[in-house]
Design a protein around this ligand. Structure first.
Ligand SMILES: Cc1cc2nc3c(=O)[nH]c(=O)nc-3n(C[C@H](O)[C@H](O)[C@H](O)COP(=O)(O)OP(=O)(O)OC[C@H]3O[C@@H](n4cnc5c(N)ncnc54)[C@H](O)[C@@H]3O)c2cc1C
Length: 402
């Protein structure tokens, strides 16, 4: 049986950042990363909007606000150092209805409270940046950018491997068994053991936590985010990143336009309940995933509270016309013909038994395990900082050895 000081479960950008941070803090450590797929970043990390967020939306003082702002800075430095494609192009957030103006102002204030550079824009100043947008007013956030998150993940894996970490692709963690001061992990490739196990299993993080007998007090409910893509001849309608004012209760609702680092332009994502945790098509279904959601009181409490928003998202998922109408609030000249269906992603959103969405990142520490139980957006932006925070919760390697 192979034995390690640290075993990290999950080869998305969070697991790889955590593994790299542990290795940086503890040179010479024996560490393994387990990933059930045959390649890195196949789930949330490889199926998102590719935006380096600024941190404007998050409650001042929250982990999201702190780790996103600093994560943005570190991610940019990492990309510069390792030759990974990125661009700090800035974004605009626009109010298209009078009722959104106070919310836009609140967002501006929040940006300032979060220590960001933000600029108020009149409608004509928005037009200078995004000539096809029609709005009443906007704000510009210059520190927002776009990046290749899969490229970042692959580079992290190379760095971990280069420093002596072991990379176990195609290896699923199946069960945990404590044995003295170690934990024995049963995996799809046999047994291995670790002194510390770190769970960064994204859409499966609650299940992995339960395997380790931890109680994350929240369950992952998967929400699919579907995108359309602008036809190449219509990409000129979007210069950079255009967002509506978010509903403070559902910051992830509200479709937007994002130029990606490969030059395409995405419109979306929406947010519909997924009947499969890794279900990227509307018809995707998994009995266990479905049952776990349907038998969870938290889900029904959320559904009862927000039936209207939920139904609207389902309608917009099936009706391209409704999706386009939302986009026309931002760019009136967009038509159904300009858009083709794109890839989808699934968000791992932790939901409390009372039906409340876990708003902040949630990291739960046991005696020899750490579980990253809620790492939705902006966790890709914040990943290097999440890695630092997790690594700092674990005693130093030299202390463990003595
Ligand atoms: C539609 C969408 C748009 C988004 N847009 C952005 C954005 O623009 N900017 C941003 O910062 N964030 C964005 N996010 C959020 C961001 O993608 C996630 O926060 C981030 O990728 C989470 O990374 P992760 O490593 O925790 O999860 P994942 O990337 O999902 O990785 C978890 C990994 O764990 C593996 N795994 C699971 N169970 C096991 C097991 N038992 N054994 C071994 N391996 C296991 C999985 O195969 C997976 O590879 C978006 C998310 C979505 C879905």
């Amino acid at each position: 049986m192979q034995s390690y000081d640290f075993v990290v479960i999950g080869g998305g950008i969070v697991g790889l950042s955590v593994a790299w941070a542990i290795m940086q803090r503890n040179p010479g450590v024996r560490l393994a990363v387990l990933e059930k797929e045959d390649a890195w970043a196949r789930h949330q990390t490889g199926r998102n909007s590719g935006v380096i967020h600024s941190g404007i939306y998050y409650k001042p003082g929250s982990l999201k606000a702190k780790l996103c702002r600093e994560g943005n800075r570190r991610l940019v430095a990492f990309c510069q150092q390792h030759g990974i494609k990125f661009e700090i192009c800035g974004k605009v957030i626009v109010a298209t209805q009078p009722s959104e103006l106070p919310l836009l102002e609140n967002l501006f204030e929040r940006g300032i409270a979060n220590g960001l550079l933000v600029r108020r824009l009149t409608a004509s100043q928005v037009l200078e940046l995004e000539p096809h947008v029609r709005c009443l007013a906007g704000i510009q956030v210059p520190s927002t950018g776009i990046v290749d998150f899969v490229g970042v993940s692959r580079r992290l894996a190379e760095l971990i491997g280069g420093d002596g970490g072991e990379l176990w692709l195609g290896t699923k963690a199946l069960a945990f068994r404590p044995e003295g001061d170690r934990t024995v992990l049963e995996t799809s490739k046999g047994l291995l053991s670790g002194r510390w196990i770190v769970n960064c299993a994204g859409l499966h993080s609650d299940r992995v936590a339960r395997l380790a007998h931890a109680n994350p007090e929240a369950r992952i409910v998967p929400f699919r985010g579907e995108y359309y893509e602008l036809r190449p001849e219509r990409r000129h309608l979007v210069k950079n990143l255009i967002y509506p004012v978010p509903d403070p209760q559902f910051p992830f609702l509200g479709v937007h336009f994002t130029r990606t680092i490969d030059g395409s332009v995405h419109a979306g994502p929406n947010a519909v309940l997924s009947l499969k945790r890794e279900g990227y098509r509307r018809t995707a279904f998994n009995l266990r995933d479905f049952w776990e959601t349907m038998s969870y009181a938290g889900f029904w409490r959320l559904a009862a509270k927000h039936r209207r928003e939920g139904l609207r998202e389902i309608y917009r998922s099936f009706s391209k016309r409704a999706f386009v109408r939302s986009l026309q609030n931002l760019i009136p000249e967009i038509t159904e013909h300009d858009l083709v269906a794109g890839e989808a992603g699934v968000r791992a959103q932790a939901l409390r038994p009372d039906g409340g969405l876990v708003d902040d990142f949630l990291i739960v520490r046991g005696s020899s395990t750490i579980h990253v139980c809620n790492a939705p957006s902006p966790a890709a932006t914040a990943s290097l900082e999440i890695g630092r925070v997790v690594a700092e919760q674990i005693p130093c390697y030299s202390a463990m050895r003595s």
